[in-house]
Write a protein that binds this ligand. Sequence first.
Ligand SMILES: *[C@@H]1O[C@H](CO)[C@@H](O)[C@H](O)[C@H]1NC(C)=O
Ligand SMILES: *[C@@H]1O[C@H](CO)[C@@H](O)[C@H](O)[C@H]1NC(C)=O
Ligand SMILES: *[C@@H]1O[C@H](CO)[C@@H](O)[C@H](O)[C@H]1NC(C)=O
Ligand SMILES: *[C@@H]1O[C@H](CO)[C@@H](O)[C@H](O)[C@H]1NC(C)=O
Ligand SMILES: *[C@@H]1O[C@H](CO)[C@@H](O)[C@H](O)[C@H]1NC(C)=O
Ligand SMILES: *[C@@H]1O[C@H](CO)[C@@H](O)[C@H](O)[C@H]1NC(C)=O
Ligand SMILES: [Fe+2]
Length: 265
Amino acid sequence: MAPIRLLVGCVLALQVFTAALALERGCPTGTGNNTYANPALSLPYDGYLPAIDNETMYLHHTRHAGGAINNVNAILARYPTLRDSVTLADLVSKIGLKGFTHKYKIADNDTTALRNNAGSMINHAIFWRIMTSYNTSSPAAHLQPDLSALINATWGSPAGMLDALRSSASSLFGSGWAWVVYRSNGSLAIVNTPNQDNPLMQRFAAPATHGTPLLGVDVWEHAYYLRYRNVRASYLAQWVYLVDWAVVQRNYELAKAGSIDSLYC
Ligand SMILES: *[C@@H]1O[C@H](CO)[C@@H](O)[C@H](O)[C@H]1NC(C)=O
Ligand SMILES: *[C@@H]1O[C@H](CO)[C@@H](O)[C@H](O)[C@H]1NC(C)=O
Ligand SMILES: *[C@@H]1O[C@H](CO)[C@@H](O)[C@H](O)[C@H]1NC(C)=O
Ligand SMILES: *[C@@H]1O[C@H](CO)[C@@H](O)[C@H](O)[C@H]1NC(C)=O
Ligand SMILES: *[C@@H]1O[C@H](CO)[C@@H](O)[C@H](O)[C@H]1NC(C)=O
Ligand SMILES: *[C@@H]1O[C@H](CO)[C@@H](O)[C@H](O)[C@H]1NC(C)=O
Ligand SMILES: [Fe+2]
């Protein structure tokens, strides 16, 4: 009896261990030998009202973002060494670079698919992370003096930064993202990236847009069409009241420390 119990115990322990790894991978970060999960939102789907409606959040999270995660998992299953060696931030940063493509023997069509789908995965992970309940009160209270002073020096005030972000996001043609990035020289900037590109992408993001994202807004129509139809500016005017300034502060500290992997968890 004892050896059988021991065996059952081991199998159970292994299952628990595997489940724990899968959750960690869903972060989405880490280098476990398993697949990415769709990271949970911090609020229920109807927790972003009145800026974003329940159905939009549900479809956005499960179908749009979830679909890209399934695509990344399907591609990485064919590149186990790549899957087991790099974090999501590494993959997004290096995809398409010659040395990286050669090292992991990534086919051109898979590079394109990873650019779009791993891009979507990291973009949405940061997007979910920096949104909280709708609040129209002054955001500056949640910022530490260092970031508050840098934002004021760059845009006059946190509200000025959001105005500049909205204006940049409004000017983006087609689908894409507007970001506040931290640059390696310590400055902040607002940049746009088309489609699912991310400012971390060394090969695919335009050099002028490079940096570590602290805050980003999704301006694909799937993010707002049900409630706002084609009027992106109305969505943006409401979206800014969802920004979680405590997370923006946290992201600034992580970016300064170079802890890019932690940004998306
Ligand atoms: C992933 O797999 C590789 C090779 O099979 C192994 O060396 C590595 O320890 C594994 N990593 C984890 C986190 O399980
Ligand atoms: C939100 O949408 C989901 C998915 O359609 C649905 O299951 C849920 O009942 C909705 N919740 C509310 C409060 O409308
Ligand atoms: C890339 O092409 C290969 C070979 O035709 C195919 O097996 C693979 O599924 C393609 N990748 C994608 C993402 O469609
Ligand atoms: C909105 O933010 C202000 C300023 O930080 C805070 O005092 C207030 O409690 C918040 N309101 C809600 C409903 O969370
Ligand atoms: C930045 O500007 C805001 C809004 O004017 C103000 O509340 C905040 O104290 C300023 N921050 C610093 C560090 O001066
Ligand atoms: C930091 O670098 C950007 C371009 O990468 C440049 O536009 C900006 O002026 C620089 N800022 C400082 C404070 O050096
Ligand atoms: Fe999206």
